[in-house]
Design a protein around this ligand. Structure first.
Ligand code: GLU
Length: 415
């Protein structure tokens, strides 16, 4: 069994690219360590009157190119090491799409499926109060991630603003539009994912329309990617959640799946589909496989079962470095996470830009700018890949790490 150590994997990727870029050892040392780690204990009164203490983190990996940026996730199995890895990925992602942010990530160890909305609100407000000392529009700007959503972002905005004594919408992105959320932020990650898949098809001379697609994860990214891909003519044949997957080789009726999720909270039981496991979904003979759930789902243990010629890493770190290398060696077109799912943070940046200027952009302007950013990054990465003869993971890391290293060099060492 391959043991997935996300932090070790993130460091491995960094060291490999640092060697290629011939970065000085001192720069590698700086980049190998998160700039700040804040660990907090969060006492929350539960609905039954008891107080439970939750563990929370905020990790700022880099502030070299601007304020730290990255999501907040709620998950029972999240660890500090995983948050460190995810914060580092955010640094590379922001640099890759050339938005002026560093990287951060936050998490609370909790199971939101077993908590009431009121409990999640109290937890969110307490978390914001505790990590608020390092948050701020010029310091660190959270956003949605696994199991958090615009409503959670609204509580963060409100709590931070109440402490300041005035409204600070720009302290968080992915908010509801009523309080400064950007048009197009909700499905921005999925839109970026589908853009990169469409371009991958183009450069591989495959038709996107008429392709078959299997998506692991029916959350904000997977669910919206399914709809957008279907709109462009791809046939989504399988979609899963934590409980399992629904499959129909002739294409899923996404309305029926959405209705089922609304009614029961799960894709399982959608009429007219076969039920398969998440492991079976990953092994389907489809044109495009989209892991859009958690990290470490494709490892050396199951990589040989993956048959899709295009794999789009919509989740963060869904494939371990060894498994990813195996896929590249087999000729699979893997779109690496920091490129594939960068649409979310890109529109987060647009939201922050609008907020600090009190502007409201139209949806079509947001989509146009997002498309431009994604296409620029995609073709830069492709170009570096072919010029250096490296795979797209290495190529995106080369571009991103080089930009961060240059920022560090330009700023010099304080004091
Ligand atoms: N959580 C998303 C990601 O992993 C978005 C982060 C953001 O918008 O700041 O990229």
């Amino acid at each position: 069994m391959e043991v997935v150590d996300q932090w070790e994997n993130a460091l491995r990727d960094l060291r490999e690219v640092a060697a290629l870029l011939e970065l000085p050892e001192e720069t590698v040392a700086v980049l190998s360590n998160p700039r700040r780690i804040l660990s907090v204990s969060l006492p929350v009164r539960m609905d039954d009157g008891e107080v439970r203490v939750f563990e929370g983190y905020r990790v700022q990996h880099s502030l070299d190119r601007g304020p730290a940026k990255g999501g907040l996730r709620y998950h029972p199995d999240v660890s500090l090491d995983e948050v460190k890895a995810l914060a580092m990925l955010m640094t590379w992602k922001c640099a890759l799409v050339k938005i002026p942010f560093g990287g951060a990530k936050g998490a609370v160890v909790c199971d939101p499926d077993r908590m009431s909305e009121a409990e999640i609100e109290r937890l969110t407000r307490r978390y914001t109060a505790e990590v608020g000392i390092i948050l701020g529009p010029e310091k660190d700007i959270p956003a949605p991630d696994v199991n958090t959503n615009p409503r959670v972002m609204a509580w963060i905005m409100d709590t931070y603003s109440m402490n300041m004594g005035y409204s600070v919408p720009e302290v968080v992105t992915g908010k509801p539009p009523e309080i400064g959320g950007s048009e197009g932020r909700f499905d921005a990650t999925a839109r970026g994912v589908v853009t990169t898949i469409r371009e991958a098809c183009r450069v591989q001379n495959r038709a996107f329309a008429g392709s078959t697609m299997a998506i692991q994860g029916a959350g904000n990214v997977g669910g919206n990617a399914a709809k957008l891909a279907a709109d462009l003519g791809s046939s989504v044949v399988a979609l899963s959640d934590v409980n399992g997957a629904v499959y129909n080789p002739r294409g899923l009726n996404l309305w029926a799946v959405a209705a089922r999720v609304l009614k029961t909270g799960s894709v399982l039981g959608t009429p007219g589909c076969e039920e398969i496991s998440n492991a079976e979904l990953l092994a389907l003979d489809v044109d495009i496989l989209v892991p859009a759930a958690l990290g470490g789902t494709i490892t050396m243990d199951n990589v040989n079962e993956v048959k899709a010629p295009i794999v789009a890493e919509a989740a963060n770190a869904p494939i371990t470095p060894d498994a990813e290398k195996a896929l590249f060696e087999r000729g699979t077109f893997v779109i690496p996470d920091i490129l594939c799912n960068a649409g979310g943070v890109t529109v987060s940046y647009f939201e922050w830009v609008q907020n600090i200027q009190s502007l409201l952009w139209k949806e079509e302007d947001v989509y146009k700018r997002l498309e431009e950013v994604m296409l620029t990054a995609f073709y830069r990465v492709l170009d570096i890949g072919s010029r250096r003869g490296v795979n797209l993971r290495v190529a995106s890391m080369v571009l991103a790490v080089d930009r961060v290293a240059k920022a560090i060099k330009a700023r010099g060492l304080f004091p």
